[in-house]
Design a protein around this ligand. Structure first.
Ligand SMILES: Nc1ncnc2c1ncn2[C@@H]1O[C@H](COP(=O)(O)OP(=O)(O)OP(=O)(O)O)[C@@H](O)[C@H]1O
Length: 309
């Protein structure tokens, strides 16, 4: 499976939802679409699954020497933005019905269902009607429904939404299992800490455009101006004085005499150290990579004039 998206655009009446977006995804990867509400993530997903078509540009999906302009249904596991199972039917009836719609035999559907219910600790509730479950448990059943038929490509629109931190971690494990089984996964999400653990590649969007793209490491490199340094002083220093230094753009106090500094784009680490040493002896110097959450906030701040957060 390979997916190549080239310069796609999509407008809805007056809104240009997707602007000239390109990316590619290789087989077995986990790929994350990130960005604030309204950035265009679901619009891209809807084009990938064939619910809408790009106004211009192209989508090419290659699988076993065949090429498609959207993911064919038989290859797709999809968790849509608007979830849709039967609330009055039991978990088991919902899942078996969907698996059989995808062509699984009753036995295969049962064994796949039992496997995933166990992963999500829902086995004891298999005969409960969906509407009796909490929102989080319904979400887990939706995730199972998306993958029961072992699709080659799984597309999940906000798989972490409505889940508590423990269940979010379970979804991380679930996605890692899909990858281990050789499935390719595309997801949209707002939970940077989860994405950071999972995604091989990511695309950060704002107002329909690509803002940052690549692996976490590549995104960290593209955001060089976000270099951060943790420092400790042997005695108290004045925070306001540190903030005045040319080499430093911001200072955050972590604990007594310990600070997290963001270095100015042009400053070298030795410039920063020379300037800091004017104020006292250093007991700790540690370079830190900004995490995805910080990179996301910084990228959004750079796009602030255009982005309604
Ligand atoms: N069917 C539609 N008709 C008109 N405008 C739409 C339609 N679908 C999306 N839009 C607009 O397109 C833009 C992108 O929306 P989209 O749903 O793709 O964003 P998103 O990144 O998925 O947001 P969220 O994180 O809130 O789900 C928004 O301005 C939205 O209002």
């Amino acid at each position: 499976m390979q997916l190549i998206v080239t310069a796609i655009n999509k407008a809805y009446s007056s809104v240009q939802a997707v602007k000239n977006v390109s990316f590619h995804i290789n087989s077995g990867e986990i790929f994350a679409l990130l960005g604030p509400n309204g950035a265009g993530k679901s619009s891209i997903i809807r084009m990938l699954v064939g619910m809408t078509k790009p106004d211009s540009g192209s989508i090419m999906i290659s699988y076993q020497s065949q090429h498609y302009d959207h993911v064919p249904r038989r290859l797709l596991g999809y968790l849509p933005e608007d979830r849709g199972l039967y609330p009055d039917k039991s978990i088991e009836k919902n899942l078996l019905y969907l698996a059989q719609l995808h062509g699984l035999s009753k036995n295969k559907a049962l064994s796949e269902m039992e496997y995933w219910l166990d992963v999500f600790e829902l086995t004891a509730r298999r005969h409960d009607e969906l509407k009796q479950l909490s929102k989080g448990n319904q979400q887990k059943v939706q995730l199972i429904a998306a993958v029961l038929h072992q699709p080659a490509l799984v597309i999940l629109d906000e798989p972490f939404s409505g889940l508590d931190p423990i269940n979010q971690e379970k979804v991380v494990l679930f996605l890692q299992q899909l990858k281990a089984k050789g499935m390719t996964v595309i997801l949209s999400a707002h939970q940077m800490a989860m994405v950071e653990k999972l995604a091989d590649h990511m695309l950060l969007m704002a107002q329909g455009q690509v803002v940052l793209a690549g692996t976490l490491q590549q995104i960290q490199q593209q955001s060089q101006n976000q270099r951060q340094m943790k420092v400790g002083f042997s005695s108290e220093v004045n925070l306001a004085q540190l903030e005045q230094l040319d080499a430093i753009v911001s200072v955050q106090q972590l604990q007594a005499r310990h600070y997290l500094l963001t270095l100015a784009e042009q400053a070298s680490v030795s410039d920063a150290l020379k300037q800091l040493l004017q104020y006292g002896e250093l007991t700790l110097v540690e370079m830190q990579s900004a995490d995805l959450h910080q990179l996301y906030l910084a990228a959004m701040a750079r796009h602030k004039p255009e982005v309604a957060l």
